[in-house]
Design a protein around this ligand. Structure first.
Ligand code: DGY
Length: 318
């Protein structure tokens, strides 16, 4: 039987490329960076496996070959895909939910701890050769235990962060469109408005999806309502933050520290962050563990195969 043609836009873990080659007529790409000729390479494909950073906006989707029936994204976030345009073309989309929640939550905890304990500054000091030994006043940070953590977006990843943060003795608050059932809430305090939520966020973790609805949610006005000396972390999407506003707040210390894994316009990073000592920066590593990336590959490939077989898998998003 002829296998469906799958165009893969980036290099994948070896086991996942093998799986793709087993189940599809796979056109693999030996590159870790976005390729310029996505449209040309998609010619004749039934399915496209893309990544965050591959921009599938309305123009690209409109220009995709007629043969394309499904787009799978190697991510849970799908804000890089114009869903209206995909729907208009009758192209189904699937993603990689659940399997990356723990890894991404671990990354958010890393950002929280690194920002609170000035890990970036400490590492830079050591590597520069400037460390002169232990000192009672050196690089004093903030203990997270006993602090209030505010989670903006209490989906699967937000709930994992809440679980982990409880282990660190943090009091968990969250803001979302609706309150969770008690068993998922696990004692976290729900806020249905910014006025009650923002002032309790000694540590604010952004975990909502990207896209127009949340663009620059953390703006100058909301930052002003955070407690003096708050810590801000973002392992969700760069678009949630107005960088100019956050950089200004970090400069004056209203926000004491930030931990960022994601950026507006990746892979560019606002240069304002690069000169600030009180920012800990990672290059979008949220789901970057071997076991997670392999699980993501299995989930997205099986979703695409199911859609091509006329089924509606659980990871179909439109
Ligand atoms: C996702 O899945 O959306 C992540 O950001 C990729 O690591």
């Amino acid at each position: 039987m002829t296998k469906p043609v799958l165009f893969v836009t980036r290099r994948l873990p070896a086991s996942i490329e093998a799986l793709a080659a087993r189940d599809f007529d796979a056109r693999l790409t030996p590159s870790d960076v976005a390729i310029p000729d996505l449209l040309a390479r998609a010619a004749g494909a039934d399915a496209i496996l893309c990544c965050p950073g591959d921009v599938l906006d309305d123009e690209v989707i409109a220009a995709l070959p007629e043969t394309v029936k499904v787009i799978g994204t190697f991510s849970v976030g799908y804000d890089h895909i114009n869903m209206d345009a995909a729907r208009a073309r009758g192209i189904k989309v699937c993603n990689t939910p659940d399997v990356l929640s723990v890894a991404t939550a671990e990354c958010a905890m890393l950002l929280i701890l690194a920002a609170a304990r000035r890990a970036g500054e400490g590492e830079r000091l050591l590597r520069s050769g400037g460390w002169q030994g232990w000192a009672p006043t050196q690089l004093l940070g903030t203990q997270v235990s006993g602090r209030r953590l505010g989670i903006f977006g209490m989906g699967r990843i937000g709930r994992e962060i809440a679980r982990m943060a409880r282990g660190f003795g943090m009091e968990v608050h969250y803001r979302d469109q609706a309150r969770l059932p008690r068993d998922l809430e696990q004692g976290a305090f729900y806020h249905d408005n910014d006025d009650s939520f923002l002032p309790v966020c000694e540590v604010l973790s952004l975990n909502a999806p990207g896209g127009e609805a949340t663009r620059h949610w953390l703006n100058i006005d909301r930052i002003a309502r955070l407690p003096q000396g708050a810590i801000v972390v973002n392992a969700a999407r760069g678009s949630l933050i107005d960088d100019t506003a956050l950089i200004a707040a970090l400069r004056i210390g209203h926000v004491a520290a930030a931990g960022l894994d994601v950026y507006n316009g990746e892979p560019s990073v606002d240069p304002g962050y690069l000169s600030l000592e009180n920012v800990f920066l990672l290059p979008h590593l949220g789901s970057a563990t071997i076991e997670t990336r392999e699980a993501m590959g299995r989930v997205v490939l099986s979703g695409m195969a199911a859609i091509l077989a006329g089924q509606a898998p659980a990871n179909s998003v439109g």
